[in-house]
Design a protein around this ligand. Structure first.
Ligand SMILES: [Fe+2]
Ligand SMILES: [Fe+2]
Length: 324
């Protein structure tokens, strides 16, 4: 005889749509906006894509700070183009998130209300010109390592947005490397400025990959859904492996005395990351958290007339169309 307790213990048969979803994931194919998807998958993607979009937009601030002080016309043009690219990345990503049923306004409200996160890396100050080099080389470099695998993310609009973003990120990384290279071939003061900047950005850039694997509870599910393809620690290792020969070419020292290749592990040994610093910045107590949010709020208010004008234009166009 079957009792109610036995019934509860038997897992429900997956529905046709659940099976279809699982098949698409299994086949490495793509989930598109009109496909059925589990609610948790949708929520995870909204959180990840909107955080990513917010990071691109807030990420414009540390560098736009240097546009008026760039050392030459050429450097100014490159920096303006880079900061504009980041605005574009934010827009592609907000659009990708919108296909999951969340509005742009709502995402923006979450950011301004401090309910949505953005990457902690943008809560550090940029006191020297060399920081434009270190950000491009290390921060955009870490972003590439994180984002290239996302080009194959199981959600179609996200993966496609990432393809274009990654192409632009490689230019960002390259221009940062080149700024540092020029400084490293300059005067002792310029070399010192470049090294000081690398010292300040190296550890925060390693923290961009997120907490160690054993403390990253959502990672396994994201990997099963093929949103994420590699773990935080795997990506961090890959990044360090990319940096070591580039640091040699630049002539800068990576500020980790423990950093060395471990033949047996086929990976780099490195010092313990200071996760208390990471947690502090994440909790809103980093050097520039308050300033970044204040500036974003001001920019949003300053842009009100643009949004109103665009809405008025759209209304007139629609009215004209209706009359015709
Ligand atoms: Fe970007
Ligand atoms: Fe970038």
């Amino acid at each position: 005889m079957t009792t109610p307790a036995d019934l509860a213990a038997v897992p429900a048969e997956p529905s046709a749509e659940e099976r279809r979803f699982a098949e698409i994931i299994e086949a490495d194919s793509r989930i598109e906006p009109r496909d059925w998807m589990p609610e948790a998958y949708r929520k995870t993607l909204i959180r990840q894509i909107s955080q990513h979009a917010h990071s691109e937009i807030i990420g414009m601030q540390p560098e736009s700070n240097w546009i008026t002080r760039a050392p030459s016309l050429k450097r100014k043009a490159i920096l303006i183009a880079k900061v504009q690219d980041e605005a574009g990345h934010g827009l592609y990503l907000y659009s990708a998130a919108q296909t999951l049923g969340i509005g742009r306004e709502e995402m923006n409200e979450q950011l301004l209300a401090g309910k949505a996160r953005y990457s902690s890396i943008f809560n550090y100050h940029t006191p020297s010109w060399a920081d434009m080099g270190a950000i491009g080389w290390l921060v955009d470099g870490a972003a590439i390592c994180n984002q290239v695998p996302l080009c194959r993310a199981s959600y179609g609009p996200y993966g496609r947005a990432m393809v274009r973003i990654c192409k632009e990120e490689s230019f960002h990384q390259r221009q940062g490397f080149e700024i540092l290279l020029e400084l490293m071939q300059g005067t002792p003061a310029q070399r010192e400025m470049a090294q000081d900047s690398v010292n300040r950005w190296y550890w925060p850039s390693l923290m961009m990959f997120g907490p160690p694997d054993d403390e990253s509870p959502n990672s396994a599910q994201s990997m099963a859904w093929k949103i994420k393809r590699f773990s935080n620690d795997e990506l961090r290792q890959r990044f360090v492996g990319m940096l070591v020969p580039q640091a040699e070419a630049l002539g800068v020292t990576l500020p980790d005395p423990e950093l060395k290749w471990n033949e047996e592990k086929q990976a780099y040994d490195m010092s313990e990351i200071d996760w208390t610093e990471f947690q502090e910045v994440l909790a809103g107590r980093g050097p520039a958290n308050a300033e970044r949010m204040r500036r974003r709020r001001e920019a949003h208010e300053d842009g009100a007339w643009v949004r109103e004008a665009a809405a008025a234009y759209a209304r007139t166009q629609a009215e004209r169309k209706a009359v015709a």
